[in-house]
Design a protein around this ligand. Structure first.
Ligand code: HEC
Length: 428
């Protein structure tokens, strides 16, 4: 039985350690598959085949079951999904809800990207470490390593190893089975009597201990930081964009006499296209006083025509920008003042159409200026509303005033007889 190589089945002297199992060599991959099938049919379970390359059909012959790894990965992915959603719910909706632009603190769509990431993360980790665990890796030592025959398994040997732990194992019977299955050699393998020599190489152990200790340093730093107070600025391990070679507007800067980084506009400079020379159009001024009229032209030279279209545009802009305070009819009773009243306060926007109030007599230019720059507690809308739209609003305010202060004279003569009661409400 020891015609192959110089080592017979008993080259490991008896008493060198507990019996680990039997190692049988076969000549060809085909014979290995046949032998594996016979060993399986004899009822063995604790055995394995070793070959220099994958042998087709060997898993079927050995009766290896399909791996449960996909199930584990599914479980990992599911855990990641539920965990990711729960984490976000806990942080954003339960423990520390923030009102950001009135958005709900809990809304599934917003949580999908992170839930997706955690699903992938835990599945991948399960796949990676699950594969290692199911293959019992990392395995740095195995009793078969003591056999010289086994050293050839990466080269030209086809081996079956049966462990003595198998409940069917019986030294003589099992040996006979392997020989009957066509083995060209069978040898017994023993565990290392001195286990301390069989464990990990010292340098590997040292490496693991050192890297574990090293990995604990960040945790230790975090733990210390959480349990102590300091007035020092914190460490910037990753400075991100916290420090940049630039001056922020409110930072000091001793290059300039006034010590500020922020430089104002240089007196008298006007950006291209911003001369805004037309006093009437841009400022509502005519000869240094508020204009009572309207601009004659737009800056691009078009004629300023007061027509239905312009009034409609004015209505549209007024309804957007002015109604919250002044109301749709301009009475100064918009949603904001109503809300203030509801809460027991008193705050009113100006009535723009009251015949006794000033707005009606206010020059167009001043009304334009109020929209541009605001007045007392009313903010200016110059930044939001371009000049042409401000003028459209001025016209619409005039239309509102007229509509709510109309007299019989405003009604065409042939229509006056149709009027209920002969007059209009709210007239002069
Ligand atoms: C956020 C609320 C608010 C909005 C929006 C608002 N206003 Fe006013 N407005 C006020 C208040 C309040 C006053 C009275 C200010 C004061 O007297 O202190 C006022 C006053 C005025 C006056 C009288 C100014 C004066 O000199 O007496 C005019 C005209 C006016 N608003 C027009 C408008 C127009 C046109 C718009 C839309 C572009 C507008 N407001 C949007 C709150 C608002």
């Amino acid at each position: 039985m020891s015609d192959h190589g110089s080592h017979g089945h008993d080259d490991v002297p008896a008493g060198e350690g507990k019996l680990f199992g039997l190692l049988a060599e076969y000549d060809t991959p085909g014979e290995l598959v046949d032998a594996a099938r016979k060993v399986r049919d004899a009822g063995y379970t604790d055995f394995d085949c070793y070959s220099p390359f994958p042998v087709h059909g060997i898993d079927e012959a050995m009766g290896i079951k399909r791996t449960i790894l996909p199930l584990l990965i599914f479980g990992g992915g599911f855990t990641g999904l539920v965990g990711g959603i729960a984490l976000q719910w806990y942080c954003n909706a339960y423990k520390w809800g923030w009102n950001i632009s009135g958005k709900p603190t809990w809304s599934l769509p917003a949580n999908i990207p992170i839930a997706f990431e955690t699903t992938i993360l835990i599945s991948v980790l399960t796949a990676f470490f699950g594969m290692w665990a199911l293959n019992k890796l990392p395995q740095v030592w195995h009793p078969f390593f003591r056999s010289e025959r086994f050293g050839r398994v990466t080269d030209d040997a086809f081996l079956i190893g049966i462990e003595s732990d198998d409940k069917r194992f019986d030294l003589e019977g099992t040996k006979q089975l392997l020989i009957d299955a066509g083995a060209i050699a069978v040898e017994s393998c023993h565990k290392d009597p001195d286990l301390s020599k069989a464990v990990m190489p010292k340098w590997l152990l040292a490496l693991i201990v050192a890297s574990t200790a090293f990995a604990l340093i960040p945790l230790a730093i975090a733990a210390k930081a959480r349990n102590s107070k300091s007035s020092e600025p914190h460490y910037h391990i990753f400075p991100d964009m916290d420090f940049q070679p630039k001056f922020k507007s409110d930072q000091p800067n001793d290059l300039f006499a006034d010590g500020r980084s922020n430089r104002g506009e240089i007196d008298g400079t006007i950006p291209r296209g911003s001369l805004n020379a037309d006093d009437v159009f841009y400022r509502g001024l005519e000869g240094g006083d508020w204009t009572h009229g309207f601009p004659k032209t737009y800056p691009d030279g078009r004629e300023f025509v007061i027509d239905d279209k312009l009034v409609k545009r004015g209505q549209n802009r007024f309804n957007i920008y002015c109604t919250p305070c002044h109301g749709y009819d301009g009475n100064g009773n918009g949603a904001v003042p109503q809300r203030v009243k509801l809460n027991g306060g008193a705050w009113a926007a100006r009535n723009l159409v009251d015949p006794k109030a000033d707005v009606i007599r206010m020059p167009n230019g001043q009304l334009f200026n109020t929209i541009s720059n605001g007045y007392n507690t009313m903010m200016g809308y110059g930044a939001q509303i371009p000049q042409s739209d401000r003028w459209a609003i001025v016209i619409y305010v005039r239309a509102l005033e007229r509509a709510q202060n109309a007299s019989l004279d405003d009604v065409p003569a042939d229509q006056r007889t149709n009027m209920p009661g002969g007059t209009m409400g709210g007239g002069k």
